[in-house]
Write a protein that binds this ligand. Structure first.
Ligand code: PMP
Ligand code: GLN
Length: 399
């Protein structure tokens, strides 16, 4: 039997440790390296293969040429703080004070890390959905917290209300909520959102929302930020990032918004993580956030079409394909093709079809990993011809 890959061992331990007790490489690093080494189509790590809007790219060039090349202010450059506040008002009717209630970070990743490290002490419990984005497990582990998960089950990735209630207890400190959801492509329903708020209030927990796919909902659906629920804003830190919205995942410009006293505590941690972030990228993301509505509608429409192209291709190849309502990702069940172990299939997929995908088990603790062992996540944020080529290659699996 082949030994498990480092990320498989990692997903099995709260601290994401490898066999030697070190933090293991992420599934994304591992599988992108495999795609490069085998010259496969990379539908594993979620990043676009095309540039975003010219206005945004040009603004970064302009910032670089105009000498904005030194440390910007710690909380972020005023132009971006203002743009984030204006974005929250324009899309969601949320009022945030750009000076006191916004913090610019190195992507959503640093926003999540600084927030978790700011509020979680050893033994505190942090509730997330499961499957979960890998950084949640790692940072909760680094903070000394205990990761408690609520499974998303079935083709519609639903939350069971009783399981959600059972996840909360006297040690619950934070809830980290990812909506739209990576890796399942699901969007939270109103009843679950309301129950989450009720439980957070009852247990006096803070809610940290990861909304990096806020503009990537499909079929006319509109994103509902948790902070817009009546009574939620006072206990919510809302996190997002420019990477997915403007095809700038390499720029690592993210932000968070929330009550001033909570943001102050996060700033205190953030200053020792990165201190400040990308001076030439901040004004460019500010330009992006101010683009007309047609831009935001256009990216969701384009991505929905890509979802359809890949979902159809996966179906033709013999996968049972689940609905994706948002994000970059679609989940496909390989069981109808005779593959019950998606981790094994994903290791062999470059050789079988020249394509890389990620097993859902890499986003799960062992119990749910066993239950969802035949599921693969594919990223569709790629050019249409790439998705068509991948679909054609995957068709060889069923012959
Ligand atoms: N959260 C989720 C759910 C993600 O999918 C990602 C990956 N892009 C991140 C956070 C990290 O975002 P960033 O690249 O802005 O740090
Ligand atoms: N968010 C991206 C994904 O889920 C990748 C981010 C990363 O490489 N850490 O695929």
């Amino acid at each position: 039997m082949t030994p498990p890959a480092p990320w498989q061992r990692a997903a099995n331990g709260a601290m994401l440790l490898d066999g030697a007790g070190r933090l293991a490489p992420t599934i994304f690093a591992e599988m992108s390296a495999l795609a490069t080494a085998t010259d496969s189509i990379n539908l594993g790590q979620g990043f676009p293969d095309e540039d975003g809007p010219d206005e945004v790219l040009e603004a970064a060039h302009e910032a670089l040429r105009s000498g904005l090349n030194q440390y910007p202010p710690g909380r972020g450059m005023p132009v971006l703080l203002e743009a984030v506040a204006a974005h929250q008002r324009r899309f969601y009717g949320l009022d945030v004070d750009p000076q006191r209630e916004v913090l610019v970070t190195a992507g959503a990743t640093e926003a999540l890390a600084a927030t978790i490290l700011a509020f979680v002490d050893r033994g505190d419990e942090v509730v997330t959905l499961e499957p979960f984005y890998d950084a949640y497990g790692a940072v909760i582990g680094l903070s000394g917290g205990v990761h408690v998960t609520v499974p998303l089950r079935g083709p519609d990735s639903t939350v069971d209300a009783d399981e959600l209630r059972r996840a909360f207890g006297p040690r619950t400190r934070l809830v980290v909520l990812n909506d739209p959801h990576n890796p399942t492509g699901s969007v939270l329903d109103d009843a679950t959102r309301r129950l989450l708020l009720e439980l957070a209030v009852e247990h006096d927990a803070l809610v940290v929302t990861d909304e990096v796919y806020e503009h990537l909902l499909f079929d006319g659906a509109v994103h509902v930020p948790f902070a817009t629920l009546p009574g939620a804003a006072a206990r919510t830190i809302s996190i997002s990032s420019g990477g997915k919205t403007f095809n700038t995942t390499g720029w690592k410009i993210g932000w968070l918004t929330g009550p001033a006293e909570l943001v102050d505590r996060i700033v205190a941690v953030k200053q020792y993580l990165t201190f400040v972030n990308g001076s030439v990228f901040q004004p460019a993301i500010a330009v992006g956030l101010g683009l007309p509505d047609a831009y935001f509608e256009g990216i969701a429409r384009t991505l929905a079409h890509k979802r359809d192209v890949l979902s159809d291709g996966l179906r033709r190849a013999g996968f049972a394909v689940r609905a994706s309502h948002g994000s970059y990702f679609v989940v496909a069940d390989a069981a109808p093709l005779g593959f019950d172990d998606a981790a094994d299939l994903c290791r062999r997929l470059p050789e079988l079809a020249g394509v890389v995908g990620l097993p859902i088990s890499a986003f799960c603790h062992p119990e749910l990993a066993a239950e969802q062992s035949s599921l693969v996540r594919f990223a569709f944020c790629k050019r249409i011809e790439v998705l068509e080529q991948a679909s054609a290659q995957l068709a060889s699996l069923s012959v």
